[in-house]
Each structure stands twice: as C-alpha cells, then as structure tokens.
Design a protein around this ligand. Structure first.
Ligand code: C5P
Length: 413
C-alpha cells in the first residue's frame, strides 16, 4: 500500500431501529418528508401515522413512498386483522416521534385524549419500552402562551422528550420561537437519543482544530488540522449525556447540537479560554493541533518584498502547552492528549504520556487523518496500548468516549 487509507463504510446510526413517525397538522409537515428520508438513510424502518389535519398539509402518498410502508391514518382501518392499529403500531417500535407536534396535539397528549389514531396510539403505547419524543411546531404566540408552557412542563414530567423548537422566520411571517427543527437536526437528536448515556452528569472540555499564529495582518502559521476529530469527540460526549464545552480554532464546521462552543484563533487565546474552564470540567480532551511556536513579534503592516531579494527572517517564541498546563492543575480533570505523528507513533505517544503527565494519549498518523472523515487510533496508557481500527471519526469518537467513561467509573469506584 502507498500509505493511502481506504474509506470507512457509511455509518448506519439507526440500524435495527423501528420508529413510528406521527404527523399532526401544521405547515412543518413538509419537513416530515425529508425527515423520513433521513431516518431511512440512517438505517431505521419508519412507520408513518398521520392525523386528519396533517393530511391537509402533505399527502399519505408522499409519506408512503418515502417510508416504503402504507401510512396509518384511521383507528377504523379494517386492514388490520385484529382491527387494533392503535395497539399493533407501537408493540415492535423503539420510539414514537411526533413531528410536527402541533399545540393542539400537545394539549391532547397532556390530557390523555384518544379520539384519533395518533393520540390513541400514544396513549396505548407501552410507556416503559417505547419512549415518546415530540418536535413542536407552532406560531411564536402559541408557543409562548401560558397554556402551552403548562402543557410542556406536564409532558416533561410524564417522561416525554421535547426536541427544539428552533427560533427564526415562521410561515405566518412572524419571527420567533416555535419553528420545528430541520430534518437533519431531528435526525441528530434521534441518533443521540439512542446512544448509551455513559457520561450523564459529567462535564467535558474539548479543544479542536488548528491554531493560527499571525505574522502580519494577512499571513500566519497554521497547520492542516480540520477539527473533524475534535468536533466528533464533542458530539459523542454530548450524545453520551455530558455537558460539553468545545474550544475551537479556526475551522469551518457546524457546532454539534447542544454543545457550547468558544471560537479562538491563536494558541494563547486557546490557553486563556481553556485554563479557567478546566477546573469546572471532569474530563479534558486536547484534540487541537496547537502550534508549538508563534512569531515573537507581530508586524502591524503587511511585510513587503523590499527588492533586495533577501527573504525576511522571523524570530519564534514558544506557545504555552495547554494540555501540560491543565495537567498541572491541583484539581485537574481527567486529561486525554492526542499525538498526531508521521512515524514511530507508539514511541512518541509514550513519550507524551510522560512529558505531559496525563493518564491517556490517543495516537494517530497526522498525514493519514488531517482533513479526512475516517481515521485509526491507538490508545496508549502506562499499562500498554490498544488499537481502535479504521472507522469514521464519529464511530471512533464514540469508542473513545466509552473508554474514557469506563476509566472515570473505575477511578471513582
Ligand atoms: O507533542 P505535542 O506537544 O504536540 O502534543 C500534542 C498534545 O498536546 C495534543 O493533545 C495537543 O492538543 C496538546 N498540546 C497543547 N498545547 C500545545 C501543544 C500541544 O495542548 N501548545
């Protein structure tokens, strides 16, 4: 092989999951079509159930074609051998997701009303085995109304998971809270919902991406880190139930849902953001490829060619080592470092373990990972090392998060 790495197979985050997707009446029904596609693409089987009001916004034909199953719309559907669609629909289901959930439908759920198939089915579902999630969609005044506030509090108390809503432009022309989340956001929420909650109640701080060390107003020193591995770790930790803070160097990546992001540019800024926050966290994962050096002086004007053909020279000064500084804190979080090397991975990772005085170093080959969607990791600690073989970065991040969680629970046992 020439050192190239083969692409990992696409991840099917919802493989084996059966989801009942309920649609109540609202303009956001148009998003349910895309949501069905996203869920199916992620490996789920999807059974659509629609209220009569939903059928005014989107047809069962569309939903049937996208879900590849006939849509259930009535409790009087004689096609069911036992004529009990409201029971049968949820018995093999892993979750019911109502998206969109109108204000009226939420009110019906609160009161246990059961005068149409979807509300009847929600009431008749096995509450311990089949969780209910709702994605509200309504006008901002309806969302803010005390009746809706009361209903949401009661739904939460009854164990319902509320997804969103978002704020922004509304179909009615007004602007505010109440827009249903987009299909990809709902997919991300569903995937997270099914992940094991190994870090529930923990706080995780992650650094990601490169840093940029300015030379003059238009140039600087940086590296090829894309930030993908660090962002995947932040997402995986959040999926595992942690409260996550992500300190990101200059990258163009969307913030994982539910993660608090702090953007920085230089190593010094990253250091200044991380150090005061570190004490408040249980885990620190230093994924960022921090520049070791920065120009000693910053030219406030663009450095020009001076015609003499003599290239300018720079003096460099060392950047603070963020990981080592966190590891020196008296009440330090559990620290995980990364080693992106071009060769002798194990040797360099071992060296970092000691030099930075951290319990776990994650090694990877820089040229084989920078910018890519997949990677292979080597976990190195004082006792030995273990490979996490080639996979997409989110899969690896979930494995790493599970490993960190088990080390935390062993440490606190
Ligand atoms: O050998 P190196 O110092 O580059 O070690 C890499 C590890 O240390 C990574 O976890 C990286 O995020 C962290 N690091 C840091 N601050 C630096 C340099 C590296 O936190 N200035």
């Amino acid at each position: 092989m020439d050192g190239a790495v083969s692409e990992a197979a696409p991840r099917l985050d919802l493989a084996g999951k059966h989801i009942v997707l309920g649609l109540s009446g609202g303009i956001a029904c148009y998003k349910a079509a895309d949501l069905t596609r996203e869920l199916v693409k992620a490996g789920a089987s999807v059974q659509v159930v629609m209220t009569e009001a939903a059928e005014h916004f989107i047809t069962p034909v569309t939903m049937q074609a996208l879900s590849n199953r006939s849509v259930a719309t009535s409790q009087w559907d004689a096609r069911e051998p036992n004529n009990m669609a409201h029971i049968n629909l949820t018995r093999g289901a892993d979750a019911v997701l109502v998206a969109p959930a109108s204000a009226d439908f939420l009110a019906k759920l609160v009161h246990g009303r059961a005068d149409d198939l979807l509300s009847l089915m929600c009431l008749a579902r096995p509450i311990e085995r089949c969780p209910l999630l709702v994605a509200p969609a309504m006008n901002r005044e309806m969302w803010a109304h005390p009746a809706t506030r009361r209903n949401l509090a009661q739904l939460r108390a009854d164990g319902t998971t509320i997804l969103g809503p978002d704020a922004g432009d509304q179909a009615c022309g007004e602007i505010g809270d109440g827009r249903m989340l987009e299909a990809v956001e709902l997919l991300e929420e569903m995937v997270a919902f099914f992940q094991p909650k190994a870090l529930r109640g923990k706080r995780v701080l992650v650094t990601a991406g490169p840093t940029f060390e300015p030379i003059d107003p238009v140039r600087g020193i940086t590296n090829l880190s894309s930030g993908k591995m660090g962002f995947a770790i932040a997402r995986a930790a959040q999926e595992a139930g942690a409260e996550v803070t992500l300190v990101a160097g200059p990258v163009h990546l969307p913030t994982p849902r539910g993660v608090q992001r702090i953007d920085v540019r230089t190593a010094q800024q990253m250091h200044d953001a991380v150090l005061p926050a570190a004490r408040r966290h249980d885990v620190f994962v230093a994924t960022a490829a921090v520049a070791d050096w920065r120009p000693a002086t910053l030219s406030d004007q663009k450095i020009k060619k001076n015609g003499s053909k003599i290239a300018p020279t720079f003096e460099l000064t060392e950047n603070p080592d963020i990981l080592a500084a966190v590891a020196r804190l008296p009440d330090r979080p559990y620290c995980v470092g990364f080693a992106a090397e071009s060769h002798d991975l194990l040797k360099h990772a071992r060296d970092k373990l000691e030099r930075k005085n951290v319990p776990l170093i994650v090694g990877n080959l820089g040229p084989a990972t920078f910018g890519r969607d997949d990677n292979a990791l080597m976990l190195v600690d004082a006792r030995g090392h273990r490979q996490l073989p080639q996979a997409d970065k989110l899969t690896l991040a979930r494995q790493l998060v599970a490993e960190i969680a088990s080390r935390l629970s062993t440490a606190s046992a």
